[in-house]
Design a protein around this ligand. Sequence first.
Ligand code: DQA
Length: 150
Amino acid sequence: MGKSNRHKILVIHGPNLNMLGKREPEVYGNNTLENINNEISSKGSDLNLEVETFQSNHEGAIVEKLQNAMEKVSGLIINPAAFTHTSVAIRDAVLLLNIPIIEVHLSNIYKRESFRHKSMLSDIVTGQIAGLGVIGYILALEAISSMVKK
Ligand code: DQA
């Protein structure tokens, strides 16, 4: 497949993930979001995928990004961060997309405070990866790649 007709994959990072590197490194590691996005992009080129990464601290901005992805994107990787546990709006926007969707968390949310055990997305996504740090995004991209190329 040539460059212009590669599958497009959207990667969304939710609130406070722009602070990675400075934020609770004992939980989230030392990587910055820029490092993580670079790793995602280089894996994307290896897999011949067109990858767009997007971060926002605003629920409405994430909802609009998901709405705009309709009919344009072949796969979604999303770490909604704190909105994972609260956002019906993001859940409803994710439901607009009929594509493979992987929910990623850097930390193992089930090992942490009980309010993090509930995900508003876990029952509507294709799969979830939690607790593997940056590798989670790379594995998610591999999984999405094999799904969209089938
Ligand atoms: C997180 C887990 C969430 O509970 C938390 O609010 C985050 C990050 C993770 O990647 O482990 O901001 O989604």
